[in-house]
Design a protein around this ligand. Sequence first.
Ligand code: DUC
Ligand code: ZN
Ligand code: ZN
Length: 485
Amino acid sequence: MIDFDVVIRNGTVATASDVFAADVGIAGGKVVALGTGLALGRKEIDATGRLVLPGGVDSHCHIEEPAVGQVHNADTFASGTASAAAGGTTTVISFSQQVKGEGITQQLADYHIKAEQALIDYSFHIVISDPSPEVMAALPALIEQGHRSIKIFLTYDSVVLDDEQTLNVLALARQEGALVTVHAENHSAIKFLTNALEKAGLTLPKHHAWAKPMVVEREACHRVIALAELLDVPIQIFHVSGAEAAEEIRRAQNRGLKIFGETCPQYLMLTAEDLNRPNFEGAKFLCSPAPRTRADQEALWDYIRTGVLGIVSSDHAPNRFDDVHGKKVRGTDAPFSAIPNGVPGLATRLPILFSEGVGKGRIDLQTFVAITSTNPAKLFGIHPQKGTIAIGADADIAIWDPNKTVTIRNELLHHQVDYTVYEGVEVTGWPEITLSRGKVVVENGEIRGKPGDGRFLARGPYDAIKPLGRHVTPFDPVSGTLIDN
Ligand code: DUC
Ligand code: ZN
Ligand code: ZN
């Protein structure tokens, strides 16, 4: 006889493949039964008229990163993960940064200590901004410890890698079994355009989009895909902002390459016009890549529907607006190039996608689950522990009222940022109860979880990121061997 800690009763369960009526029995933090008429649990949750969904997996969010100059990351692991859980997310993957010229091991150890305050489970990508021989020598042990993804940037002075450095990181990732994730924009082109705009006195927030047009993203996507193909290494491209970049990914996928694409709600909801809001308000919407056009938004939905873009994550970047350590670090007359990039979004990612996606008929419920939970769990090596509702999976569950209409207000979001780009946006569908490993973390907007409840998820190795075994020449430059055909 199964002894349930919790039974979620009378709900409609949805996974990436199915939607069905079932009770969910939870014991020891795991899903142990799916069926009807389950025995009583010590805690009973009535989910009549509710959707019972896997908790979201947000595989791209910036939480409690070290300050860069005077710019402070406003969220701690406690506030960031509370915010995530309030929006139905139960796993976050954030970034351990490397400061150029410094190592990665101590930075990662420090980041682990900060993350111990998380309310929900977490894992990390390691940012490599300087692949020195020492750093490359340190990486294999850190990957082996479960940090199975690396982030590289093709732009920003403080972190940019050139093509040779990129190839070195890609080669190491293939050898050691890690996934490389990429911020893809052409650095030299952005610098050139920024200088030209500044010389012409065109430095308002709206000119950010002029300094980072679609073509600079398209070119960098094309280039990094070619480099990944050259070495037979799977990669994920982060925050695809519009049709031309997504098209590069589609073309690569059609050639059978393991190139994965992610977009974010801001690229489905904002346009470059938002950067032109008066009184420096445009700075709130300034992120990289830049928001594009309405046509790009609809194209991105198409690429989601066809599976080209398999993940939608938040790129939560907690820069406060009315703050000298945030968007106003250089005042309200600052040139766009001095305004910290990014928008907050941990709490709003799922409600926005549910309402704009499922509610407006752009995607079905299974696709919503796939792009927000199952696919990131698979790509980052935590499935089926995370990302689904199945026997043996962690009981990470969000119980949604699909009919509840909410007007988004910043005070609902539990982050430490003083704004949301979705202020006043009405959404239909809201996560009422979030459970992490069977424990209620959020109930009707109240945070019930405690800092320290979250656990580190050591990852992999796993199949999704194995190389294809396809080589461009009869010599494999990663292993240094001739290919036997
Ligand atoms: N762009 C980034 O590259 N990082 C954080 C936020 C953003 O907009
Ligand atoms: Zn980025
Ligand atoms: Zn980011």
